[in-house]
Design a protein around this ligand. Sequence first.
Ligand SMILES: NC(=O)c1ccc[n+]([C@@H]2O[C@H](COP(=O)([O-])OP(=O)(O)OC[C@H]3O[C@@H](n4cnc5c(N)ncnc54)[C@H](OP(=O)(O)O)[C@@H]3O)[C@@H](O)[C@H]2O)c1
Length: 251
Amino acid sequence: MNEELFNWITIGWMFIAIIVIPLSLKLTAPYGRHTRKGWGTMIDNKLGWIIMELPALSMVWIVYSFGVIKDNQIVYCFLAFWSIHYVNRTLIYPFRIRTKGKKMPISIIAFAILFNLMNGGLIGYYFGNFASYTTEWLTDWRFLLGVTLFFIGMGINMYSDNVLINLRKPGETGYKIPYGGFFRYVSCPNLFGEMVEWLGFALMTWCLPTLSFFIWTVANLTPRALDHHKWYKEKFEDYPKERKAVFPFIL
Ligand SMILES: NC(=O)c1ccc[n+]([C@@H]2O[C@H](COP(=O)([O-])OP(=O)(O)OC[C@H]3O[C@@H](n4cnc5c(N)ncnc54)[C@H](OP(=O)(O)O)[C@@H]3O)[C@@H](O)[C@H]2O)c1
């Protein structure tokens, strides 16, 4: 495939993300606290996480390995950053969450697999066929700012996921109000951190597929954070009033 065709496919995929935003603002994604019947067969929540995130971890590497670019060390650095995130999300996070007995609909898993195959495939294809980073890129402001944002975002995401996991004692499945860290400002700092992380990745890699992945992440996580925030305010009378949903001081 030539680069022009590849870019058009990526732009098309990006537009779908933008079209999906008003739809997902209306529809609450039925997993986690919003799980409900009517979305098809349900499977174990932890297994669901592993199955739906495995394509993200593997697809980038598989598609990359079929490409022609094999000697760009900067690409390996990007692949390593991607893998750090997805090894945690696929192989560590599902074994840490305390969701005993909880289930997830297969329809959500199917959507996530499609999302991960497409994004992972586009990113792997770009890295394997069109990437042309040179050592000068390592001192470019986009690379430096991107790496900084990526690790700040990852730190906020992992720290906040950890706070949420530890709200429950082993065997518990209920909900409590989270405090501390970025929870001072927003209800969903884990989702905010994830968005900052992929903004950083898009900046440091400066290409269409990672920009598209960032837009898809915002399209998925902003509506979910708004749903969580509304749910918290309805469930807890003493929920902190000054807290925003996901973007500190803004939304
Ligand atoms: N890149 C993307 O597009 C994308 C998409 C989805 C998720 N993610 C990432 O995947 C991770 C999980 O996402 P998520 O939407 O499932 O996060 P979440 O709803 O905040 O849940 C995270 C975990 O903490 C538990 N939990 C949340 N709030 C709690 C509370 N108040 N009290 C007790 N336990 C609580 C949840 O249990 P329950 O499951 O029982 O609610 C779940 O096990 C996040 O880091 C997110 O950024 C990324």
